[in-house]
Design a protein around this ligand. Structure first.
Ligand SMILES: CC(=O)[C@@H](O)[C@H](O)COP(=O)(O)O
Ligand SMILES: NCC(=O)COP(=O)(O)O
Length: 255
Protein backbone atom coordinates (compact mmCIF):
# COMPACT_ATOMS: atom_id res chain seq x y z
CA UNK A 1 0.00 0.00 0.00
CA UNK A 2 1.16 3.55 -0.73
CA UNK A 3 1.31 6.28 1.89
CA UNK A 4 1.06 8.95 -0.82
CA UNK A 5 -2.40 10.42 -1.56
CA UNK A 6 -4.29 8.80 -4.42
CA UNK A 7 -4.24 10.91 -7.55
CA UNK A 8 -7.57 12.73 -7.80
CA UNK A 9 -9.60 12.54 -11.02
CA UNK A 10 -11.16 15.86 -12.01
CA UNK A 11 -13.51 15.42 -14.95
CA UNK A 12 -13.43 18.26 -17.49
CA UNK A 13 -16.96 18.71 -18.86
CA UNK A 14 -16.14 21.22 -21.63
CA UNK A 15 -17.05 18.75 -24.34
CA UNK A 16 -20.49 18.04 -22.88
CA UNK A 17 -21.20 21.76 -23.24
CA UNK A 18 -19.79 21.74 -26.77
CA UNK A 19 -22.43 19.19 -27.89
CA UNK A 20 -25.17 20.94 -25.90
CA UNK A 21 -24.40 24.23 -27.64
CA UNK A 22 -25.23 22.87 -31.11
CA UNK A 23 -28.98 23.10 -30.31
CA UNK A 24 -31.17 25.21 -28.04
CA UNK A 25 -32.56 22.22 -26.13
CA UNK A 26 -30.28 22.08 -23.10
CA UNK A 27 -29.15 18.50 -23.80
CA UNK A 28 -26.83 16.93 -22.94
CA UNK A 29 -26.92 18.58 -19.53
CA UNK A 30 -23.55 19.72 -18.19
CA UNK A 31 -24.69 19.61 -14.56
CA UNK A 32 -26.20 16.12 -14.98
CA UNK A 33 -22.92 14.92 -16.49
CA UNK A 34 -20.99 16.36 -13.58
CA UNK A 35 -23.39 14.84 -11.08
CA UNK A 36 -23.08 11.37 -12.64
CA UNK A 37 -19.28 11.62 -12.65
CA UNK A 38 -19.24 12.66 -8.99
CA UNK A 39 -21.65 9.87 -8.08
CA UNK A 40 -19.27 7.42 -9.78
CA UNK A 41 -16.38 8.62 -7.63
CA UNK A 42 -14.72 11.51 -9.48
CA UNK A 43 -13.02 13.80 -6.98
CA UNK A 44 -13.52 16.99 -8.94
CA UNK A 45 -15.02 18.82 -11.89
CA UNK A 46 -12.99 21.04 -14.23
CA UNK A 47 -14.16 23.64 -16.72
CA UNK A 48 -12.31 25.99 -19.04
CA UNK A 49 -14.78 28.80 -19.80
CA UNK A 50 -13.23 30.32 -22.89
CA UNK A 51 -14.02 33.97 -23.70
CA UNK A 52 -15.89 32.95 -26.89
CA UNK A 53 -18.15 30.56 -24.87
CA UNK A 54 -17.73 27.88 -27.53
CA UNK A 55 -18.44 25.30 -24.83
CA UNK A 56 -18.71 26.27 -21.15
CA UNK A 57 -20.88 29.38 -20.63
CA UNK A 58 -21.05 31.68 -17.61
CA UNK A 59 -24.29 30.04 -16.51
CA UNK A 60 -22.61 26.62 -16.48
CA UNK A 61 -19.93 27.90 -14.12
CA UNK A 62 -22.56 29.13 -11.67
CA UNK A 63 -24.70 25.99 -11.93
CA UNK A 64 -21.67 23.74 -11.42
CA UNK A 65 -20.55 25.81 -8.44
CA UNK A 66 -24.00 25.29 -6.90
CA UNK A 67 -23.82 21.55 -7.61
CA UNK A 68 -20.35 21.26 -6.08
CA UNK A 69 -21.69 22.76 -2.86
CA UNK A 70 -23.61 19.50 -2.44
CA UNK A 71 -20.33 17.57 -2.81
CA UNK A 72 -18.06 19.12 -0.17
CA UNK A 73 -15.45 16.39 -0.61
CA UNK A 74 -15.10 17.19 -4.34
CA UNK A 75 -13.25 20.16 -5.86
CA UNK A 76 -14.26 22.66 -8.51
CA UNK A 77 -11.31 23.63 -10.76
CA UNK A 78 -11.73 26.55 -13.15
CA UNK A 79 -9.11 26.98 -15.87
CA UNK A 80 -8.40 29.99 -18.00
CA UNK A 81 -6.31 33.04 -18.67
CA UNK A 82 -6.41 35.38 -15.65
CA UNK A 83 -5.78 38.37 -17.92
CA UNK A 84 -8.99 37.58 -19.85
CA UNK A 85 -12.19 36.32 -18.18
CA UNK A 86 -10.96 33.94 -15.46
CA UNK A 87 -10.69 36.29 -12.47
CA UNK A 88 -14.33 37.33 -12.68
CA UNK A 89 -15.40 33.70 -12.30
CA UNK A 90 -12.95 33.13 -9.47
CA UNK A 91 -14.30 36.11 -7.51
CA UNK A 92 -17.92 35.09 -8.15
CA UNK A 93 -17.84 31.39 -7.28
CA UNK A 94 -14.67 30.87 -5.21
CA UNK A 95 -13.66 27.46 -6.60
CA UNK A 96 -11.24 25.19 -4.75
CA UNK A 97 -8.66 25.73 -7.46
CA UNK A 98 -7.90 28.18 -10.26
CA UNK A 99 -5.63 26.92 -13.02
CA UNK A 100 -4.01 29.77 -14.92
CA UNK A 101 -3.49 28.92 -18.61
CA UNK A 102 -1.72 31.30 -21.05
CA UNK A 103 -4.21 30.83 -23.91
CA UNK A 104 -5.01 33.58 -26.38
CA UNK A 105 -8.63 34.59 -27.01
CA UNK A 106 -10.07 32.15 -29.53
CA UNK A 107 -7.21 29.64 -29.17
CA UNK A 108 -8.03 26.21 -30.66
CA UNK A 109 -6.95 24.40 -27.48
CA UNK A 110 -4.25 24.89 -24.82
CA UNK A 111 -0.82 24.14 -26.26
CA UNK A 112 1.84 25.60 -23.96
CA UNK A 113 2.54 26.72 -20.43
CA UNK A 114 3.65 29.95 -18.77
CA UNK A 115 7.20 31.17 -19.35
CA UNK A 116 9.48 32.69 -16.72
CA UNK A 117 10.81 35.27 -16.14
CA UNK A 118 8.62 36.83 -18.87
CA UNK A 119 5.25 36.12 -17.20
CA UNK A 120 6.25 36.62 -13.56
CA UNK A 121 5.36 40.27 -13.12
CA UNK A 122 1.78 40.01 -14.40
CA UNK A 123 1.06 36.67 -12.69
CA UNK A 124 2.22 37.49 -9.16
CA UNK A 125 -0.59 39.95 -8.24
CA UNK A 126 -3.24 37.68 -9.79
CA UNK A 127 -1.96 34.69 -7.85
CA UNK A 128 -2.01 36.81 -4.68
CA UNK A 129 -5.60 37.90 -5.41
CA UNK A 130 -6.73 34.26 -5.63
CA UNK A 131 -4.84 33.30 -2.49
CA UNK A 132 -6.48 36.19 -0.59
CA UNK A 133 -9.84 34.71 -1.63
CA UNK A 134 -8.80 31.28 -0.33
CA UNK A 135 -8.52 29.82 -3.84
CA UNK A 136 -5.58 27.51 -4.60
CA UNK A 137 -3.61 28.44 -7.71
CA UNK A 138 -2.09 26.04 -10.19
CA UNK A 139 -0.03 27.23 -13.18
CA UNK A 140 -0.20 25.36 -16.49
CA UNK A 141 3.44 24.60 -17.35
CA UNK A 142 5.55 22.79 -19.90
CA UNK A 143 7.69 20.02 -18.35
CA UNK A 144 10.79 22.14 -17.88
CA UNK A 145 12.49 21.51 -14.52
CA UNK A 146 14.29 24.87 -14.54
CA UNK A 147 10.94 26.72 -14.62
CA UNK A 148 9.46 25.20 -11.46
CA UNK A 149 11.20 27.34 -8.83
CA UNK A 150 10.06 30.45 -10.72
CA UNK A 151 6.47 29.19 -10.65
CA UNK A 152 6.78 28.83 -6.90
CA UNK A 153 8.33 32.29 -6.61
CA UNK A 154 5.20 33.98 -8.02
CA UNK A 155 3.18 32.32 -5.25
CA UNK A 156 1.64 29.32 -7.02
CA UNK A 157 0.58 26.34 -4.92
CA UNK A 158 0.77 23.84 -7.75
CA UNK A 159 1.72 23.42 -11.37
CA UNK A 160 -0.29 21.51 -13.95
CA UNK A 161 2.12 19.74 -16.30
CA UNK A 162 0.91 20.05 -19.91
CA UNK A 163 0.82 16.42 -21.03
CA UNK A 164 0.04 16.64 -24.75
CA UNK A 165 3.69 16.01 -25.80
CA UNK A 166 3.72 12.88 -23.61
CA UNK A 167 0.37 11.73 -25.02
CA UNK A 168 1.68 12.19 -28.57
CA UNK A 169 4.79 10.14 -27.73
CA UNK A 170 2.97 7.34 -25.92
CA UNK A 171 3.44 3.99 -27.69
CA UNK A 172 6.32 5.31 -29.80
CA UNK A 173 10.10 5.02 -29.29
CA UNK A 174 9.99 8.52 -27.75
CA UNK A 175 7.78 7.48 -24.83
CA UNK A 176 10.45 6.81 -22.22
CA UNK A 177 12.41 9.98 -23.06
CA UNK A 178 9.22 12.02 -22.73
CA UNK A 179 8.36 10.37 -19.45
CA UNK A 180 11.83 11.24 -18.14
CA UNK A 181 11.17 14.92 -18.89
CA UNK A 182 7.92 14.83 -16.91
CA UNK A 183 9.50 12.88 -14.05
CA UNK A 184 12.29 15.46 -13.77
CA UNK A 185 9.88 18.39 -14.01
CA UNK A 186 7.62 16.90 -11.33
CA UNK A 187 10.57 16.25 -9.05
CA UNK A 188 11.78 19.84 -9.53
CA UNK A 189 8.28 21.09 -8.69
CA UNK A 190 8.16 18.95 -5.55
CA UNK A 191 11.62 20.17 -4.56
CA UNK A 192 10.42 23.77 -4.99
CA UNK A 193 7.50 23.11 -2.64
CA UNK A 194 4.82 22.88 -5.34
CA UNK A 195 2.07 20.32 -5.72
CA UNK A 196 1.85 18.61 -9.10
CA UNK A 197 -1.22 18.28 -11.31
CA UNK A 198 -1.28 17.05 -14.91
CA UNK A 199 -3.55 17.23 -17.89
CA UNK A 200 -4.22 17.41 -21.62
CA UNK A 201 -4.88 14.43 -23.86
CA UNK A 202 -4.58 11.92 -21.05
CA UNK A 203 -6.65 8.83 -21.76
CA UNK A 204 -7.26 5.22 -20.72
CA UNK A 205 -4.22 4.03 -22.67
CA UNK A 206 -1.59 6.51 -21.50
CA UNK A 207 -2.70 7.43 -17.96
CA UNK A 208 -1.32 4.49 -15.96
CA UNK A 209 2.14 4.70 -17.59
CA UNK A 210 2.28 8.41 -16.78
CA UNK A 211 1.40 7.96 -13.12
CA UNK A 212 3.77 5.01 -12.79
CA UNK A 213 6.69 7.18 -13.93
CA UNK A 214 5.93 10.66 -12.58
CA UNK A 215 6.16 11.24 -8.82
CA UNK A 216 3.58 12.90 -6.61
CA UNK A 217 0.78 13.71 -9.07
CA UNK A 218 -2.07 15.03 -6.92
CA UNK A 219 -4.67 15.52 -9.65
CA UNK A 220 -5.29 14.71 -13.28
CA UNK A 221 -7.93 16.70 -15.16
CA UNK A 222 -9.29 14.79 -18.13
CA UNK A 223 -11.95 15.87 -20.58
CA UNK A 224 -11.76 15.14 -24.27
CA UNK A 225 -10.97 11.41 -24.16
CA UNK A 226 -13.06 10.76 -21.06
CA UNK A 227 -16.20 12.34 -22.50
CA UNK A 228 -15.61 10.47 -25.78
CA UNK A 229 -15.38 7.23 -23.78
CA UNK A 230 -18.56 8.16 -21.92
CA UNK A 231 -20.45 8.27 -25.22
CA UNK A 232 -19.77 4.54 -25.48
CA UNK A 233 -19.64 3.41 -21.86
CA UNK A 234 -21.72 5.94 -19.95
CA UNK A 235 -20.35 8.37 -17.38
CA UNK A 236 -20.30 5.96 -14.43
CA UNK A 237 -18.43 3.09 -16.08
CA UNK A 238 -16.05 5.58 -17.70
CA UNK A 239 -15.12 7.27 -14.43
CA UNK A 240 -14.60 3.88 -12.82
CA UNK A 241 -12.38 2.80 -15.73
CA UNK A 242 -10.21 5.90 -15.31
CA UNK A 243 -10.00 5.28 -11.56
CA UNK A 244 -8.68 1.80 -12.32
CA UNK A 245 -6.01 3.33 -14.56
CA UNK A 246 -5.04 5.66 -11.71
CA UNK A 247 -4.84 2.77 -9.25
CA UNK A 248 -2.79 0.70 -11.71
CA UNK A 249 -0.33 3.55 -12.30
CA UNK A 250 0.11 4.25 -8.63
CA UNK A 251 0.57 0.57 -7.83
CA UNK A 252 3.29 0.29 -10.49
CA UNK A 253 4.97 3.47 -9.26
CA UNK A 254 5.09 2.27 -5.67
CA UNK A 255 6.11 -1.34 -6.35
C1 LIG B 1 -5.62 23.51 -19.90
C2 LIG B 1 -6.00 22.35 -20.69
O1 LIG B 1 -5.19 21.57 -21.13
C3 LIG B 1 -7.43 22.11 -20.96
O2 LIG B 1 -8.27 23.03 -20.40
C4 LIG B 1 -7.71 22.12 -22.39
O3 LIG B 1 -7.26 23.32 -22.90
C5 LIG B 1 -9.16 21.93 -22.63
O4 LIG B 1 -9.70 22.99 -23.34
P1 LIG B 1 -10.60 22.66 -24.61
O5 LIG B 1 -11.62 21.69 -24.12
O6 LIG B 1 -11.17 23.98 -24.99
O7 LIG B 1 -9.69 22.07 -25.65
N1 LIG C 1 -6.40 20.57 -17.73
C1 LIG C 1 -6.64 19.62 -18.76
C2 LIG C 1 -8.07 19.33 -18.85
O1 LIG C 1 -8.86 19.83 -18.10
C3 LIG C 1 -8.57 18.43 -19.87
O2 LIG C 1 -7.80 18.34 -21.00
P1 LIG C 1 -8.28 17.28 -22.13
O3 LIG C 1 -8.38 15.93 -21.46
O4 LIG C 1 -9.62 17.75 -22.63
O5 LIG C 1 -7.19 17.32 -23.16
Amino acid sequence: MTSLPRTALSVNVNKVALVRNTRHLGIPSVTRAAQLCLQAGAQGITVHPRPDERHIRAQDVHELAALLKQWPQAEFNIEGNPTHNLMEFICQVLPAQATFVPDSVGQFTSDHGWRFPEDAERLAPLVAECKALGVRVSLFMDPVPEQMAAARAVGADRVELYTEPYAAAWGTPRQSAELARYRDAAQAALDAGLGVNAGHDLNRDNLADFLAAVPGVLEVSIGHALIADALELGYGDTVRAYQRCIDQGMLERDS
